[in-house]
Design a protein around this ligand. Sequence first.
Ligand SMILES: [Zn+2]
Ligand SMILES: [Zn+2]
Length: 184
Amino acid sequence: MMDIWNFTVQFHGHECNGLRWGYKVATFALEKLKIDKSSDEELVAIVENDSCAVDGIQVVTGCTFGKGNLIFRDYGKHAYTFFSRKTGEGIRITRRKEFDTKDILSANGDEIFDVSEPKEDMPKTARIHKSIECAKCGEMAMETRIKIFDSQYLCYPCYDKIMSDQHLYLNTPLAKNGEKNGNS
Ligand SMILES: [Zn+2]
Ligand SMILES: [Zn+2]
């Protein structure tokens, strides 16, 4: 029978230290929250990076991007928060700054991780939202992902494009030259 670690490697596609860290964090979190892997208890994971480690967390905890119980915060930190929906209990796990990485998988979690209170509240369960048509590209986007600019509804990419185009214009040498020419 394939154990969870081997399955994690198969899922990820290669064996690496990032994956080992993710697997270790996830098994440590289940232990701390006293959750049995075979139970269908709903967990929520908030990951503060998008490294190989996150695949370990998806396999071990069952928190996946598609199910909406894996939340990504782009902070570039080796920090992971887990909540049990049933008990409301949550923990945030970070890597210690000084650790022995020789054997991550068999290390004692209490020696390589720090456990603290979550830095944010438990995320609300995913809700269904209606879609709104973007005035620029015509595609439909969830209403919570619509921005209003110049009294038009815009999807995020179209809104960002407009913002960056304006920003670029203000910062191009051409614009500066134009200003200089105008003054002389
Ligand atoms: Zn990897
Ligand atoms: Zn659009």
